[in-house]
Ligand binder design. Structure first.
Ligand SMILES: NC(=O)c1ccc[n+]([C@@H]2O[C@H](COP(=O)([O-])OP(=O)(O)OC[C@H]3O[C@@H](n4cnc5c(N)ncnc54)[C@H](OP(=O)(O)O)[C@@H]3O)[C@@H](O)[C@H]2O)c1
Length: 250
């Protein structure tokens, strides 16, 4: 279990859900590094579970000064960064008839602008030959009711993996995307009343071609692949980790 031995990783949103699953998978493969989020409590809990090789950094990924600090502090503590995961993000809802300019900016700032500048601010602190992993969404491929703006932001993220890879060819930094389908994370709490969560997850599982919703560990395993030398020929591409829900008609 040492595919990432001596590698330094930064995972934004590593204090919850998919990001935490990725950080756990990295740790189990020998990586050290930092998780990034804003919630003191979940940052502390996650860092305690990850142990001494990971630090928790309180930062807002939509704030460029915060991002500078994240990468500077990580590099000071561990040395240059090998793996960056721009995972922080959140689904938002609204239709073209009712999304306000403020809602639009909030969705784009978190799900697109933050990804762009997370990568930009990390670059001076990254090793050549490193791996950058962006997190997309199946909402970028299918138009779910009310998830149009979020899906558009994620579609742009999927494109950025190609253009970033192109920009970074000389440094041999590979940029790829993992696109999760419905995954069991605390994000459900934001959309579903607590007493309905189990029923909603069961309903989602019943329409998944593979018969269950995803777990953060499913995404974590794929992130290890993209972070490691085993994916050295993957560049600007997207891996759907979605139990078949995006393209298989059940
Ligand atoms: N769960 C799904 O079904 C699903 C499906 C497709 C794609 N995704 C994508 O997967 C990623 C992770 O989602 P998740 O389901 O794991 O959600 P989650 O459990 O709610 O985690 C979201 C993470 O993002 C962090 N975050 C949000 N805004 C931030 C900000 N401004 N600055 C710093 N950190 C911020 C949160 O930390 P703080 O709250 O502490 O800031 C949290 O750690 C997102 O990009 C999401 O769009 C999820």
């Amino acid at each position: 279990m040492s595919k990432l031995k001596n590698k330094v990783a930064v995972v934004t949103g590593g204090n919850s859900g998919i990001g935490f699953g990725i950080a756990e998978a990295f740790k189990s493969e020998g990586a050290a590094g930092a998780i990034v989020g804003r919630n003191h409590l979940t940052l502390e809990l996650a860092a305690a579970q990850l142990g001494n090789d990971f630090i928790a950094i309180n930062a807002d990924v939509t704030n460029l000064a915060d991002l500078e600090r994240v990468f500077k502090d990580t590099a000071e503590k561990f040395g240059k960064i090998d793996v960056l995961v721009a995972n922080a993000g959140a689904g938002t809802t609204g239709t073209v008839a009712d999304v306000s300019e403020a809602d639009y900016n909030k969705t784009m700032d978190l799900n697109l602008k933050s990804v762009y500048f997370t990568v930009q601010k990390a670059l001076p602190y990254m090793n050549d030959g490193g791996s950058i992993i962006l997190i997309g969404s199946n909402a970028a491929h299918r138009a779910y009711p009310s998830f149009g703006l979020y899906g558009a932001a994620k579609a742009a993220v999927i494109f950025l993996a190609k253009s970033f890879s192109n920009d970074l060819l000389a440094r041999k930094i590979r940029v790829n995307v993992i696109t999760p389908g419905t995954t069991d994370t605390p994000a459900f709490d934001k959309f579903v009343p607590v007493e309905q969560i189990d029923a909603v997850k069961t309903q989602f599982a019943s329409v998944m071609p593979i018969g269950r919703i995803g777990q953060p560990s499913d995404i974590g395993k794929t992130a290890v692949l993209l972070a490691s030398e085993e994916s050295s020929f993957l560049l600007g591409t997207e891996i759907l980790v979605d139990g078949g829900m995006t393209y298989l008609a059940k």
